[in-house]
Design a protein around this ligand. Structure first.
Ligand SMILES: N[C@@H](CCC(=O)N[C@@H](CS)C(=O)NCC(=O)O)C(=O)O
Length: 197
């Protein structure tokens, strides 16, 4: 399988960490998506990483879909529960984590845009999503981290990325989450996928 990626993307890391847990990392060939932009856009016109091309030649876009695909590909730990209600809870938590991360990524892109100063209106709007999302996660931290599903993996990737790029010190405002992350960071699938460029 070919995983089109950029090394520091938190969404790519989710896929790589999930592959580690599922014992599939040796089957992932990492391809730098930005090395040949035209070829990558032909594969994924949305131009986003991660993008996976399976051994059957199917192209999968979006980290959540790819993680679900990998989960079904091998046995062992079940990252997405089979039970309907439990699965729905995981997908809901996943949506919150991705909502926070999307807002973190959008703030970063806005702060680096080449054609003018960043919009305060836009930044405030995204920051509010980050703050509200982190409050929600921290309130329900035991539910987010209690089971070895895809959720702790995604949460760990989110925390690490925020530590690298967020203009705010999320550790000061969300100490409970930070303490959980400090322990989780050393898990083998997290340590094996951490990139600090
Ligand atoms: N919801 C997507 C988000 C992927 C995403 O935003 N990837 C970023 C890198 S962190 C990207 O490729 N951005 C390039 C662009 O938007 O042009 C997922 O979970 O895969």
């Amino acid at each position: 399988m070919k995983l089109y990626q950029s090394p520091t993307s938190p969404f790519v890391r989710m896929v790589r960490a999930a592959a580690e847990i599922k014992g599939l990392s040796g089957r992932l060939e990492l391809v730098n998506a930005r090395a040949d932009q035209a070829a990558f856009e032909a594969l994924n016109p949305l131009n986003k990483v991660p993008t996976l091309v399976t051994d059957d030649g199917e192209t999968l876009i979006e980290s959540r879909l790819i993680c679900q695909y990998l989960d079904g590909l091998s046995g062992g730990a079940q990252l997405y529960p089979r039970d309907e209600a439990a699965r729905r809870r995981v997908l809901q938590q996943e949506a919150v984590i991705h909502g926070v991360l999307d807002a973190v990524v959008l703030r970063r892109m806005e702060s680096r845009k080449p054609d003018g100063p960043p919009s305060k209106w836009w930044d405030d709007r995204q920051k509010r999503k980050v703050d509200i999302g982190l409050d929600l996660i921290e309130r329900e931290l035991a539910a987010y981290t209690g089971e070895p599903t895809i959720i702790p993996i995604m949460l760990g990737c989110m925390c690490h990325f925020m530590g690298r790029v967020s203009p705010d010190d999320w550790r000061k405002t969300h100490g409970k989450l930070a303490r959980w992350y400090d322990g989780y960071r050393a898990e083998p699938h997290m340590a094996a996928t951490e990139v600090n460029e």
